[in-house]
Design a protein around this ligand. Structure first.
Ligand code: FAD
Length: 471
């Protein structure tokens, strides 16, 4: 493949190293342009004009533009419908090929088909490459040639297939063209405003990713398996937003995890591939359908006040409330807590998992349709390889186990900070005198539990009985 001029279209891969599309364009063309589109189809659908994800992208683009300028060019940025902007730009530049990294979300696949058709009509090639994942489509299948729907055998087959080639870096050295057209518009110019991204500790761009990664890989990676379930401890990598926007390469992480024999962390990266594969093969899950169809027969509670209390972190269950307040504060939540609050919404409050999925989609900086849907359907038991419907997390036991001293709770629910450990997980167990003495009167200073877990559990088992009947 040899082109005089090519265009690289950046989407969720905001870096200029180990980048499949950039690498292929540099190898196959004499002049390479780079572009990003602020896609109004995506931006217009966001509920707020002050969105940390847009801010993160914007700041990462500034860094990417600077890196590309150092190679003689820069990043050309457009604002509009990608289906229009990319073919138009490609024609203006006179390129004969556009390169991009593949996206597995249904809407993105539709967009890419439309772009490819329009480019094709102008005689321009459209090359989409694997970059976001280690294995895609049909690369890891069951012996019967079907997609896996259970994680452990998928993981085993994934590991068996992994060779150094799969995680090798794509070389990206070379000059970039188009400096005179490059430049990132201000956030205001695309109708958005700055957020508290940096105040809540998020450093965008390749430099932010690098900083987090060196901090994690230099020691904490080895302790991940032991510490990853404790939200008050710095046990996880916090890399999810960077993986979401591709400010670092999955191949680099897989190489390092493999070399360090960090099996548990590597497993999490494989979960990421797994959910991308599920969404790719079963796009209906991204349109609100249960992976296991019989779960769509469940009658959920119509309880707006319950949902509002959950969203605000005012359910009266300290660990759930602390987790939701963490999400509302900084747009990230610890994985253990995502499982706890998701289970609480559908199995304690009896509220449809799709409403929780939607709230997470609005709030999470790392929101990814595949992992979010996978996580929610796991918690609701409707997913592929989900937790069985009769397994219902006890929010108090989870709290005692994973935040024994209530450190995490005290950080995010300050009105409980002075409670002794004995009551931090279930403050309603205090007698009236203890409540007065600690200054936490239930119903006045902190909500009474919105449901009784034991009763809710029985309701849930009854609600899920339709599933058992169908099975
Ligand atoms: C209800 C629910 C919703 C979720 N929504 C999302 C989401 O929208 N976006 C998202 O990236 N993750 C989601 N997760 C998965 C997981 O909670 C986050 O990836 C993780 O907490 C991010 O923190 P970290 O980067 O420190 O992760 P680490 O524990 O350091 O893991 C490293 C990376 O592996 C990937 N990963 C880890 N766990 C999972 C998983 N279960 N599924 C898929 N990938 C995983 C992520 O890319 C993560 O950054 C969800 C989980 C649940 C239970």
């Amino acid at each position: 493949m040899n082109h005089e001029k090519a265009l690289v279209w950046f989407r969720r891969d905001l870096r200029d190293t180990d980048h499949a599309a950039l690498s292929a364009a540099l190898a196959g063309a004499q002049q390479v342009y780079c572009a990003f589109v602020f896609d109004t189809r995506i931006l217009d659908a966001l509920p707020s004009r002050c969105d940390r994800r847009v801010h993160f992208i914007h700041a990462s683009l500034l860094e990417l533009d600077a890196a590309l300028r150092a190679r003689g060019g820069g990043l050309i940025v457009r604002h509009g419908w990608a289906e229009d902007e990319i073919p138009r730009l490609a024609r203006e530049l006179g390129v004969s090929a556009v390169f991009a990294n593949r996206d597995y979300e249904p809407a993105a696949k539709q967009r890419d088909t439309a772009v490819g058709t329009k480019l094709g009509a102008s005689g321009i090639d459209f090359h989409c490459l694997k970059d976001q994942v280690i294995f895609e489509h049909d690369e890891v299948l069951t012996q019967a040639g079907k997609p896996f729907s259970v994680f452990t055998p998928y993981k085993n087959a994934w590991l068996k297939r992994l060779s150094p080639v799969d995680s090798a870096a794509h070389p990206c050295a070379g000059a970039i063209a188009g400096g005179e057209l490059a430049g990132v518009p201000s956030l205001a110019a695309i109708g958005f405003s700055a957020t508290d991204l940096r105040e809540v500790g998020i450093i965008p761009g390749m430099s932010g990713a690098r900083q987090l990664w060196s901090d994690f890989s230099d020691g904490r990676l080895k302790r991940y398996a032991a510490l990853r379930d404790f939200p008050a401890v710095k046990g996880v990598s916090y890399l999810s937003v960077h993986l979401r926007f591709g400010t670092l390469s999955i191949r680099e992480l897989v190489r390092a995890a493999h070399a360090a024999a960090a099996e548990t962390w590597l497993s999490e990266l494989i979960w990421r591939d797994f959910y991308f594969m599920i969404l790719d093969h079963f796009p209906q899950v991204g349109r609100g359908q249960a992976f296991k169809a019989e779960y769509d027969r469940i009658q959920w509670a119509d309880w707006p006040a319950g949902l509002a209390a959950w969203c605000a972190g005012r359910t009266g269950y300290p660990l759930v409330d602390a987790a939701m307040r963490q999400l509302n504060h900084c747009g990230w939540m610890h994985n253990r807590l995502r499982m706890v609050v998701a289970s609480f919404l559908c199995k304690d409050l009896g509220i449809d998992w799709r409403l929780g999925e939607k709230y997470f989609a609005e709030q999470l900086n790392d929101f990814d349709l595949s992992a979010n849907n996978g996580g929610w359907q796991w918690a609701a038991s409707s997913g592929c390889d989900a937790q069985p419907y009769f397994r219902i997390f006890n929010p108090v036991t989870q709290s005692e186990k994973f935040d024994a001293e209530g450190k995490f709770i005290r950080r995010y629910v300050p009105e409980l900070a002075k409670l002794p450990n004995q009551y931090i997980h279930a403050p309603w167990r205090m007698g009236r005198l203890e409540q007065e003495a600690t200054g936490v009167v239930i119903g006045r200073d902190y909500p009474a539990p919105i449901v009784d877990h034991a009763v809710a559990r029985e309701h849930t088992l009854a609600r899920y009985a339709v599933v058992k009947q169908a099975a």
